[in-house]
Write a protein that binds this ligand. Sequence first.
Ligand SMILES: [Zn+2]
Length: 305
Amino acid sequence: MINQCKLCKKNMELIDSHIIPKFVFNHLKKTSLTGKLRMTQNPDLRVQDGIKLPFLCKDCETLLNQWEKPFCEQIFKPLHDSESKIESLKYGDWALRFAVSVSWRVLEYWRCERSLEGLSDVQLQATEVALESWRKFLLGRANQVNRFEQHVLPIVGNELPIDVIKSTSAEGISPFLNRYLIRGTQMDVIASEHSAFVYSKLGRVLIFGFIKEPCRSKWKGTKIFGIEGTIKSRGNSIPQYIGKYLNEKAEFSRAKYNSMSLKQDKMVSEIQKKNLNRIAELEIFRAMQLDVELSGKDAFKKVPK
Ligand SMILES: [Zn+2]
C-alpha cells in the first residue's frame, strides 16, 4: 500500500511496524507458561504479537531498528534475565534515540488511532510540537529533544517504587502490583492538570516521554541523556501521581485477570499441572510469589462460591 510515511513524510510502500518493539513480546512469550501471550483487554484471547500498523517505509523502519538492538542487549535483557541486584546499566547515544522512537510511535498511534481528548488545548499544542521535535531528532535533523525529554524508570530485581505508591493510594497497594510492574506491557498518554506524557511500558522498562512537564524537579535520576549515561536502580524519584497511576493500572490488570472465564481457568490450571517442574523458574511465578508476600491471599483470584 502506497501512503505517506509518518516519519520521512514521503509517499512510499509502507510496512507493518510494531508500536512496542517485538523483542518485548518475544521475551514475554519465551517466559510464559504456554509460550503465548494474553491480551489484557480480553484475557481469554491469546495473541502472538503486539499491535502492528503500516506507519513507516522500509528505510525508516531500518533506521529505527538500529537502536533497538543495543537497547535490547544492554538494558532490556540484563534487567529481565536475572533476579540479581543490578545497580546500574551504562548506555550510549542509542538509548535516547530508542526511547524517542518508542514515545514517538506511541504518540502517533494515539493521535491517529485512539484519542487525545483528555488533553487540554495547551497540551494538545505541545503534542504537535513534541511529535515534530522527536521526528526531526530521529531523522538526524536536530541533535537534541529540548524540553521533550525521555525518562526511564527501571524495575530492578524485587525493588518496586512502593514508597511512592504507598503514600498515594488510600486503598492500599494492589495485590497485582508485582505482576503488573514486572510483566506488564502498556502504552498510554497520561495527563494531569499541568503535565502530559507518553507512557510506554516494556516489561521492567518504563519509558516516559515528556509532552508538557512544568515540574521537572519531581523527576530524579531518570532522565536519558543524548551522548551517554547510566540507568540506576536506586535514588530515582517520580511524581507521586505517577505512583498512584501505576497502582491503578495494576488494579485494572487484576480486574481483567479476575474476569477470565471458567473455561479458561480450567485450561490454565491443566497447563500448570503439566508443567509443575518449570513453573518455579518462570518470571510470572516469581512475580506472583512477590504479590503473595506483599498482599497475602488477596493476590489470588477470587473464586465464586
Ligand atoms: Zn519513511
